[in-house]
Design a protein around this ligand. Structure first.
Ligand SMILES: Nc1nc2c(c(=O)[nH]1)N[C@H]1C(S)=C(S)[C@@H](COP(=O)(O)OP(=O)(O)OC[C@H]3O[C@@H](n4cnc5c(=O)[nH]c(N)nc54)[C@H](O)[C@@H]3O)O[C@H]1N2
Ligand SMILES: Nc1nc2c(c(=O)[nH]1)N[C@H]1C(S)=C(S)[C@@H](COP(=O)(O)OP(=O)(O)OC[C@H]3O[C@@H](n4cnc5c(=O)[nH]c(N)nc54)[C@H](O)[C@@H]3O)O[C@H]1N2
Ligand code: SF4
Ligand SMILES: [Mo]
Length: 808
C-alpha cells in the first residue's frame, strides 16, 4: 500500500463522490484513477464519537458463516471492521476477509456506473450510460427475445451470494432458471437415497468433533474453507480425537491432523471400498445396528435384483427424482421361517440367506453387498488410490472399532469429479455397516458451514402471486453450450457464467452467440467483459436506506443497519430489481424498501418459531440489529437422528438402490474419473492432475479485487519440485498451463505440499488479474449421464482435469 498521508478529514463524503463521478464521466469506465483506499485511508479507532458512527450487518453467506460485523464509519467511510459485540459470545467472530472489506469496498475494480459495450464481446470496451438507458435497454432486449422466441428464451440467474436474500425478477418475467446448479451435490447424489434428501447437511454439530474418537476429513479443508468452524476441529484434537485428512495436498487441515492420507485425485471411492472390504473380511461390522437401522436385511429377488415389496402397503419415496410411492419391503423372519413386512414389530430379521418365495429365489441386500465387495480387494484399493494397503486396513480398523467416528466430507475436492456419486454411495455403506450415525460423536456430512450448529429461526417469505413463477426449466446452465436450447438472452446477477461452469472457453463462446447479455455485479468480474449492459450493484455496506438485509443465520436474527450511501452510481439489488420490474409494470408486487421487506419477514414470526420470542423489527433496531435466537450458544447441541429415523421410504438407512438397476449401480460400482485417472492415455499428453479448492483470501472469485490480497495472493499455481524441476520451473516463474480445452498463464509456486503429479490452484480469480487466460479455461465440463437420474443432476467435474505445464 502507498502511505496514507492525506488527512482523512479533507475528503468529505460529498467531494469523494464528486471526484469519482468526474473520473467515470471522462470516458471508458473501469480505467484506473478513481479514488480508492490508496492515499486517504488511515486507521480508525473502534469507538464511535464525533464524526463517527457504527453500523452492523450480517456479512457473507457463501463462506457459509454469516458473522455479524461491527463497522466504524468515519466521515461516511467504512474505516474499521471488527467482530460484533452484539452477537452471542461464542459468535463474535470475524476473518481476514471481513477485516479487509475496508479496502475491498473502495477497490479500483468496483463497477461505478451503468455501462454499455462498445467493443467486441470479450474485449471489455464500454462507455458510461445512464441508469434509465441501461434499464430500458435490458427491458427492450429481454422483451424482444420473449416476444420472438417465448418466455423461456430469457435466462436469469443470480450467483449464490447475490441471490441469497431474494430473486423475484426471474419469476416476474417467467424466465429460464438454468435448472440444476451442478455444484456441491456430487456425493450427495449418491447419499440421499441412503440417508434422505439434503443429507449433506450434517444432523449433528461441529461441536461434537470432540466426542468422536476419530474424525476423517475426506477431501475437506476446513482450515481454509470453514475458518470459523475449524475451531471445533482444533478443540477436538486437543481433547484427544484422532484426525485424518484425506487429500492429495498437505493442506492446513492436514498439517493439524494426526494422519495425512495423500490420495491420488479422483480415487476416493476405491479407498472407501477398500475400507469396506477390510471391515467385511474381518467381521468388524455392527450386526445389531445393521439389523435395526439399515435396509441391509431387505429381501431382493436374485433374478431381477429388485426388492420384494408389498403391492398394497406403500411408503412415500422422497429421495429419488420423480419417484412415486413404493411398496413396503419384506425381510426374512428367522423365528417363523417366513417373509414379513420389514416394520412388523414381531419380526426377527435374517441378515443373510437364500429363500424361495412363490417360486422365486430371494436373498438379502447384505448378502449382495458381500458379493459386491468381493470385487474390491484391499490391494486393488491400494494400487488404485496410491495409499498403502496397511494404511487402508488400519484406517478401516480405527473407523469401525475405535468409534464413534465422523466423516466430514468436502463439497469441493472429490465432489468435483464425475464419479462423486459412487463415492457418496460408498461412504453411506461404510457408515451404515459400522453404525457411525445418529449416536454422539458419529456422523457423515459436510460439517463446514451453517448446518446443525445453531438453532434455526424461520422468517416469513415474500411471495409473489401464484402466476409469477419461472418457466419450467428446459436445460441446466452447464448444458447450454452443448445441447440445443431456446436461450437467446441472459441477465445475471454476479458472474454466473465463469464461476458456475467448467471449460469457460466453451461457455463464453456460447455467451458470445447470445442476442443479448446483461450483468449486474459489484466488481469487474470475468463475465463483465462479455456483457452488453453492465449494472453496478452496491456492497452489503451500502444502501439507499439506513437498513438493509434481514438474515436469520448463525444462531441470530440480524438486520443490517447504519449503511453508507451507495458508492459512485451503484444501487442496491432491491432497487435494481424494482427498476426492472417497473418496466413490466410489476414493481407493485415487490417491497418498496428493505425496511418494508424486513418488517414483513418479521411479522408474527414468534408463531413460526417460538425461539424467536421478542425478536421484532423495533426490538432489533433498538438492540443495534442483532439478536440471538433462544438456545444459541456454545451449549447448543442437536440430537440429530438419535432416534434412527431417516427421511427415506423405509425410514431406515437404505444401502441398495434398485432404481439404478438399469445402470448397474444398485451398489456402487467403482468407476474411474472422467479424465483424471492414472491409466488414461491422455496422460501422455497432459500428465498432471489439475485440482482446485478454496482459499481463505477469497469466497470463490469475491475479494479478488481487494488490493491488499492482490499484492500477495493473486493467482498462483502450486507445483511439486519433482514436476517443477523436470520442466525447469522455479518459484516466481510464469508458467503456461494448458490442455485441449484452453490455456492460461500464471505464476508458479514450487512447494512440497502436493503429491508429485498433482497441481493446485485456489479457485477462482477475475480474468483481469491473469497475464493471459484464467483457470476456468482448462477445467472439465464432462457430464455423467447416470446423474440425470439423480436428485441433483450431473455435477461439474472441475477437478477432473489433466493438463500440461511449461515455462512461459
Ligand atoms: N475461504 C472460502 N471458504 C469457503 C468458500 C470459499 O469460496 N472460500 N466456499 C464455500 C463453498 S461454496 C464450498 S462448496 C465449500 C467447499 O469446502 P471444501 O470442500 O473444503 O473445498 P475445496 O477447497 O474446494 O476442496 C477441499 C479439498 O479437496 C482436495 N481435493 C482435490 N481433489 C481431491 C480428491 O480427488 N480427493 C480428495 N480426497 N481431496 C481432493 C483439495 O486439495 C482441497 O484441499 O467451502 C465453503 N467455504
Ligand atoms: N474451477 C472451479 N470453479 C469452481 C469451483 C471449483 O472448485 N473449481 N467451485 C465451485 C463452487 S463450490 C461454487 S459454490 C461456485 C460458486 O459460484 P457462485 O455461486 O456463482 O459464486 P458466489 O461467490 O456466490 O457469487 C459471486 C458473484 O456474485 C457477485 N456478488 C456478490 N455479492 C453480490 C451482491 O450482493 N449483488 C450482486 N449483484 N452481485 C454480487 C460477485 O461479485 C461475483 O460475481 O463456484 C464453483 N466454481
Ligand atoms: S467472510 Fe469472514 S467475517 Fe465474513 S461472514 Fe465469512 S467468516 Fe465471517
Ligand atoms: Mo460450493
Amino acid at each position: 500500500m502507498s502511505e496514507s498521508t492525506t488527512p482523512r478529514t479533507m475528503i468529505t463524503r460529498r467531494n469523494f463522490l464528486k471526484t469519482t463521478a468526474a473520473v467515470g464521466a471522462v470516458g471508458l469506465a473501469g480505467a484506473g484513477g478513481m479514488a480508492t483506499t490508496n492515499g486517504w485511508l488511515a486507521p480508525a479507532e473502534a469507538h464511535a464519537d464525533g464524526g463517527e458512527r457504527v453500523a452492523h450487518l450480517c456479512h457473507q453467506f457463501h463462506c457459509l458463516t454469516g458473522c455479524n460485523l461491527k463497522c466504524t464509519i468515519r466521515d461516511e467511510r467504512v474505516s474499521l471492521i471488527e467482530p460484533s459485540d452484539l452477537a452471542e459470545k461464542s459468535h463474535r467472530t470475524i476473518c481476514l476477509r471481513g477485516i479487509n472489506e475496508v479496502a475491498h469496498i473502495y477497490s479500483e475494480d468496483r463497477l461505478q456506473t451503468p455501462m454499455k459495450r462498445v467493443g467486441e464481446r470479450g474485449e471489455g470496451k464500454f462507455v458510461q450510460i445512464s441508469w434509465d438507458e441501461a434499464i430500458d435497454t435490458i427491458y427492450q432486449e429481454l422483451k424482444k427475445s420473449q416476444d420472438a422466441y417465448g418466455e423461456n428464451s430469457v435466462f436469469v440467474r443470480k450467483s449464490t451470494e447475490a441471490g441469497i436474500d431474494f430473486e423475484w425478477i426471474t419469476s416476474l418475467i417467467h424466465a429460464e432458471t438454468g435448472g440444476n446448479f451442478g455444484l456441491d451435490r456430487g456425493q450427495t447424489n449418491g447419499m440421499c437415497p441412503a440417508f434422505g434428501a439434503f443429507c449433506h447437511c450434517p444432523t449433528r454439530s461441529n461441536r461434537e468433533f470432540k466426542d468422536a474418537a476419530t474424525v476423517i476429513e475426506l477431501g475437506h479443508n476446513p482450515l481454509e474453507s470453514a475458518i470459523i468452524w475449524a475451531k471445533h476441529l482444533l478443540d477436538a484434537k486437543e481433547s484427544g480425537t484422532y484426525i485424518v485428512a484425506i487429500d492429495p495436498r498437505f493442506t492446513g487441515t492436514a498439517s493439524k491432523a494426526n494422519e495425512w492420507v495423500p490420495i491420488l485425485p479422483g480415487t476416493d471411492s476405491a479407498l472407501i471400498q477398500g475400507m469396506i472390504r477390510a471391515i467385511i473380511d474381518n467381521g468388524w461390522y455392527d450386526v445389531d445396528f445393521i439389523k435395526k437401522n439399515t435396509s441391509l436385511p431387505f429381501l431382493v429377488e436374485k433374478k431381477s435384483g429388485k426388492h420384494y415389496r408389498s403391492e398394497t402397503e406403500m411408503c412415500p419415496n422422497p429421495t429419488v427424482v420423480g419417484a412415486e410411492d413404493i411398496g413396503k419391503p419384506y425381510v426374512w423372519d428367522v423365528a417363523e421361517g417366513t417373509a414379513k413386512l420389514y416394520d412388523d414389530p414381531s419380526v426377527q430379521v435374517a441378515l443373510e440367506g437364500e429363500w424361495t418365495i412363490n417360486g422365486s429365489q430371494y436373498t438379502t441386500e447384505f448378502a449382495l453387498l458381500k458379493k459386491w465387495i468381493a470385487n474390491y480387494s484391499t490391494s486393488w484399493a491400494a494400487e488404485t488410490s496410491g495409499i498403502d494397503e496397511d494404511k487402508i486396513v488400519a484406517l478401516a480398523d480405527r473407523y469401525a472399532n475405535n468409534g464413534p467416528a465422523i466423516i466430514d466430507f468436502g463439497l469441493g475436492g472429490p465432489d468435483k469429479y464425475t464419479n462423486a456419486d459412487v463415492l457418496g454411495h460408498s461412504t453411506s455403506i461404510l457408515t451404515a455397516i459400522t453404525g457411525n450415525y445418529g449416536r454422539k460423536g458419529s456422523g457423515l456430512g459436510f460439517y463446514g458451514g451453517i448446518g446443525a450448529d445453531d438453532p434455526v429461526a424461520t422468517l416469513n417469505y415474500w411471495l409473489l402471486p401464484e402466476e409469477y413463477v419461472p418457466s419450467e426449466s428446459q436445460i441446466a446452465l452447464y448444458d447450454m453450450p452443448y445441447k440445443k436450447n431456446n436461450v437467446h438472452a441472459a441477465l445475471t446477477f454476479g458472474d454466473v457464467f465463469t464461476l458456475e461452469a467448467g471449460s469457460a472457453n466453451d461457455m463464453l463462446e456460447w455467451v458470445k452467440t447470445l442476442d443479448f447479455f446483461a450483468i449486474c455485479d459489484i466488481y469487474h468480474s470475468s463475465a463483465v467483459d462479455y456483457a452488453d449492459i453492465v449494472l453496478p450493484a452496491c456492497t452489503k455496506f451500502e444502501c439507499e436506506e439506513n437498513v438493509k438485509q434481514l438474515r436469520a443465520s448463525y444462531g441470530h436474527v440480524m438486520l443490517a443497519n447504519g449503511m453508507i450511501d451507495p458508492l459512485f452510481e451503484s444501487k442496491s439489488d432491491l432497487q435494481i430489481e424494482r427498476l426492472l420490474a417497473a418496466k413490466w409494470g410489476l414493481e407493485g408486487l415487490l417491497p418498496k424498501s428493505y425496511e418494508e421487506l424486513a418488517r414483513f419477514m418479521l411479522d408474527g414470526v414468534e408463531e413460526l418459531s417460538p425461539n424467536m420470542e421478542g425478536i421484532t423489527y423495533d426490538a432489533l433496531l433498538k438492540q443495534g440489529g442483532c439478536m440471538p435466537v433462544a438456545g444459541c450458544g456454545e451449549d447448543y447441541m442437536p440430537d440429530g437422528n438419535a432416534n434412527q429415523v431417516y427421511n427415506t421410504p423405509s425410514t431406515k438407512i437404505e444401502c441398495y438402490y434398485d432404481y439404478l438397476l438399469d445402470q448397474g449401480h444398485e451398489l456402487p460400482v467403482y468407476e474411474e474419473a472422467n479424465e483424471a485417472y492414472e491409466s488414461n492415455p491422455l496422460k501422455e499428453k497432459y500428465p498432471l492432475y489439475f485440482t482446485q479448492g478454496k482459499s481463505r483470501y477469497r469466497i470463490h472469485a469475491y475479494y479478488s479485487a481487494s488490493p491488499w490480497f492482490q499484492e500477495d495472493f493473486g493467482p498462483c499455481l502450486d507445483i511439486n519440485p519433482v514436476d517443477a524441476n523436470a520442466r525447469g520451473i522455479k518459484t516466481g516463474d510464469d508458467v503456461r498451463v494448458f490442455n485441449d480445452r484452453g490455456e492460461f498463464l500464471v505464476t508458479a509456486h514450487v512447494n512440497q505440499s502436493l503429491r508429485p503429479g498433482v497441481l493446485f490452484m485456489a479457485e477462482t480469480t477475475y480474468t483481469k488479474y491473469y497475464k493471459r487466460g484464467f483457470l476456468q479455461n482448462v477445467t472439465n465440463s464432462a457430464r455423467n449421464e447416470r446423474c440425470y437420474l439423480m436428485m441433483h443432476g450431473p455435477q461439474i467435474p472441475y477437478n477432473d482435469t489433466l493438463v500440461q505445464v511449461e515455462k512461459a
